[in-house]
Design a binder for this molecule. Sequence first.
Ligand code: PLP
Length: 420
Amino acid sequence: MTSQTTRPGNRLTADPSILNSEVEPTRPPLSTRVLARRVDEVPRSGIRRFFDILATMTDVISLGVGEPDFDTPQQVIEAGQHSLAARRTHYTSNYGTIELRRALAHHIERLYGVRYDPTEEILITVGGSEALDVAVRATIDPGDEVIVHEPSYVSYRPAIIFAGGVPVGVPTTCEEDFALDPAKVEAAITPNTKAILLNYPCNPTGAVLPPEVQDEIARIAVRHDLLVYTDEIYDRLVYGGYQMRTMSSLPGMRRRTVLMGGFSKAYAMTGWRIGYICAPSEILEGILKVHQYVIMSAPTVAQDAALEALKTGEPDIARMVGQYDKRRRLLVDGFNAMGLQCFEPLGAFYAFPKISSTGLSSEAFAEALLQEESVAVVPGTAFGAAGEGHVRCCYATSEGELREALIRIEHFVTRRRANT
Ligand code: PLP
């Protein structure tokens, strides 16, 4: 740094070309290489243009955003207020408060029968988003391959690439109810495969894993000695009698599983930014290192609110899931009735109807629907090429709005069919 500023001609000047041409003639200008390659390599979001249009419009019914329309339960908000009133305004342990970790350990054991030690196997993160980032960064070496089902959540590929890894997509289809086919997973394994990344219940498809498929994927992970990241942020939002089992509860899985979850979806706490990771201490220790240096600790007030959610939030989850379930039926039946084939999603709060019968691509459908009927949905291709022919519709929206959206979508589809 010092030598740079003292060498004549190597100071930053008003004209950077002087710097480039006189001092480093062999290097291309900084402007062409300022971004790291792995960042440059990640394409900009395919739905950017679409959201630009959305931002200019009013009276849009949005089925686009993946977050609960409910507010955080009242007693959880109050717990946050009490936390501040008690001047709990300092850092917590890097791991998160021990009270929240203990409550989470108890919660996970009660739900799934897997015991995590709250002192060294649970880390509180800034949302499921941070959980994904630090988990992948702590465990991926350059060139390591990570198998990801597609279509899948928009952050997975970038997170793997930012960590220097290589995402290997395994397509899932409507015909298979978007459950991962174990044979395709096994076929995608190479000597460089380090991990499988799972997200069931799934964003964007709403799919869950049938137990026999989940068992087979676990057997594959054990047979090939793979790590499994499992993003179970929608674990509490399941319907139709589906019984959620966490991946780490399956034989041979606990020691190779990085379980990620969060409070955003089940407790309607997106803005509080609390997530978590459960993993064996040898793995969590490394993940903690990354978290410690980039985050320090998740917000104290939000951790205190999350603790209240764990203690008293069950009736709220039941109330919201009941509502989502009604809306899910409404939307799925509505799509099928208008001839847009929609498999029955048993998890999360998304429907993923097939729109290819309209003759439009996913993007063209979403854009025209927005412009002609002011209904926002997300093109399936935003979640990978395997999403072509579908759009994602979030039903965490009021029943009245969903009914109106269905009417508008039907008008749109009828018009399109009449024109083809
Ligand atoms: N994982 C999945 C599958 C998601 O859909 C989301 C949010 O949409 C997240 C993780 C991140 O959630 P948060 O960071 O709010 O906990």
